[in-house]
Design a protein around this ligand. Structure first.
Ligand SMILES: Cc1cc2nc3c(=O)[nH]c(=O)nc-3n(C[C@H](O)[C@H](O)[C@H](O)COP(=O)(O)OP(=O)(O)OC[C@H]3O[C@@H](n4cnc5c(N)ncnc54)[C@H](O)[C@@H]3O)c2cc1C
Length: 489
């Protein structure tokens, strides 16, 4: 129970943003209750058990372009567990009659697959001489309206500057892997903040990419935790319990309303058909975008117009296989697949035991963990056609058979049912936020509306951007602001 003068806070959502928000708020002396709809904490940073191994079911790494995640991990005592992925890097599978000949190492010097030098040999290998010559026109074409227009898709920027080959053969496979979306759907300012400003400054897209790459920290772009990213969720949970946070899993929040200078928050109380209502001086919404908008529109009407659409649905198939031929890591840490590769349905394959040494150590030689992902948000015309085959609607057995066939093609090593020692399908529906064109402006509108309401903060990937680095940095900044506000009450 909070003391008589103690401020109270409610955090809605127990994904990584909600856990961080609850922790940072509790550390300032606020009595915090956290409601999570699901039975487990962590949201996209969850775990599952396959063939006796505890594996990440969603996020399995974090970007190291900022110190946000490593600093948090050090605070939580996880600093020594931070590990780099195997340096082998990933491969790119392009379309071609000869699947093996159409695979190559993923060029490293780009941003979301956009090359800093379209004449580099590995880029010419991927897009051909004609594609490279077209991409090089970027250096001489006038910048034009691309930098002035209010909203532009990533696809439009890349197509206009560098042509179709760069877009389809380099950029689409990368953004398909990260955002599960087609580049024509994505808002360039949301997924590549600063790119249009750099384009205006340098006069070319390749110059913009080169300058942004130069200012990124040296070394590997991502890191992980020995033991998996699920350790971050567990460490945050342990810290919340030590801080006295009241953690309520299995309790979806059903309504929030303003009450004096604070908030009344109603949640379904577990399996019982009763609702519980608590008062809080401060409210933090840390859910997906549609849920936050729906819960808040009664108190912040401006959010109705800024409600985002649901994000893409993704299905992940994890295979644990006994196949010593995979010890040679035939495709490095995994493969990103171009959308027009007809022999394969998966958009990406992660060879997890090739990527993470700690995992290879725990399986031993000959046993491998492969994770294949299915599904990407398409442009309006393509999505109508694809709706019938949505990966999240396909049955488990169907996806398992598909994954086994796709892994055999991508790795060029036949894998049969008898090689499989365990498998699982995890579906993420709406967990990746929509970053569709216009998203950048929507985020600005939400931020402005929320700022005008005292005692309220809204965090999470739908506003901060996909990925643990973005979510962690943004949540911590915003909760520090909220704590300052509470101090002044
Ligand atoms: C398959 C997958 C792989 C990924 N891989 C990576 C990666 O390798 N590296 C990386 O940096 N990022 C990765 N990401 C992205 C990253 O995981 C997310 O950006 C981040 O975890 C989002 O955190 P969040 O707290 O904003 O949202 P979420 O994790 O979605 O959490 C939101 C929580 O709110 C809860 N909730 C919703 N409504 C209510 C309600 N009414 N009441 C109570 N609770 C509610 C939900 O149940 C959920 O637990 C991946 C994402 C996915 C889906």
């Amino acid at each position: 129970m909070p003391g008589p003068a103690q401020k109270t806070g409610v955090v809605v959502g127990g994904g990584i943003s909600g856990l961080i928000a609850a922790r940072d708020l509790a550390r300032t002396g606020v009595a915090v209750t956290l409601f999570e709809a699901g039975t487990e904490l962590g949201g996209c940073v969850g775990t599952h058990s396959v063939a006796g191994l505890t594996l990440d079911s969603g996020a399995e790494s974090f970007a190291t372009r900022s110190r946000a995640v490593p600093d948090l991990m050090e605070e939580l005592g996880l600093g020594d567990a931070i590990v780099q992925p195997n340096r082998d890097g990933a491969w790119l599978q392009l379309a071609g009659d000869d699947v093996a000949a159409a695979a190559q190492r993923m060029p490293q010097s780009g941003l979301l697959g956009i090359p800093a030098d379209p004449r580099a040999p590995e880029i010419v290998q991927a897009i051909g001489r004609a594609g490279s010559a077209r991409a090089a026109l970027d250096k001489v074409l006038p910048v034009g309206s691309l930098v002035r227009r209010e909203t532009v898709s990533l696809g439009e920027v890349v197509r206009a500057r560098m042509g179709e080959a760069v877009l389809r053969r380099l950029v689409a496979p990368v953004v398909g892997g990260v955002y599960s979306s087609d580049p024509d759907v994505l808002d360039v300012d949301s997924v590549a903040p600063g790119l249009r400003a750099a384009l205006a400054k340098h006069g070319s897209l390749s110059g913009a990419v080169a300058s942004m790459r130069a200012s990124a920290p040296a070394g590997s772009a991502v890191a992980g935790l020995a033991g998996g990213m699920g350790m971050l969720t567990r460490a945050l949970e342990k810290d919340l319990l030590a801080l006295g946070v009241n953690i309520r899993t299995g309790c979806p929040v059903t309504a929030v309303e303003r009450s004096g200078s604070g908030w009344l928050v109603s949640a379904a109380a577990g399996a019982a058909p009763v609702e519980e209502t608590v008062f809080a001086d401060a409210l933090v919404m840390a859910t997906d975008g549609p849920s936050a908008s729906d819960l808040l529109t009664g108190s912040v009407p401006e959010l109705a117009a800024a409600r985002p659409g649901p994000g893409p649905g993704v299905a992940l198939v994890t295979l644990v296989v006994d196949q010593p031929d995979l010890d040679a890591h035939p495709r490095g840490t995994g493969v990103l697949v171009a959308a027009d590769v007809e022999a394969v349905d998966a958009k990406a394959l992660t060879h997890a035991t090739a990527k993470w040494q700690w995992l290879a150590d725990s399986t031993g030689p000959g046993t491998h963990v492969l994770r294949l992902s299915y599904g990407r948000a398409l442009s309006a015309e393509d999505s109508a056609a694809a709706a019938r085959t949505s990966p999240v609607k396909r049955g488990d057995e169907d996806l398992f058979a598909q994954a086994l066939a796709d892994a055999s093609v991508l790795l060029q090593i036949p894998l049969g049912v008898d090689d499989v020692v365990g498998w699982d399908v995890v579906r993420w529906v709406g967990a990746l936020p929509s970053a569709a064109v216009g998203h950048h402006d929507r985020v600005a509108a939400v931020r402005a509306a929320v700022e005008a309401v005292p005692g309220l903060e809204v965090v999470g990937a739908w506003l901060a951007g996909t990925g643990l680095a973005a979510v962690t940095a943004d949540t911590r900044t915003r909760i520090a602001g909220l704590a300052d506000q509470l101090d002044q009450l």
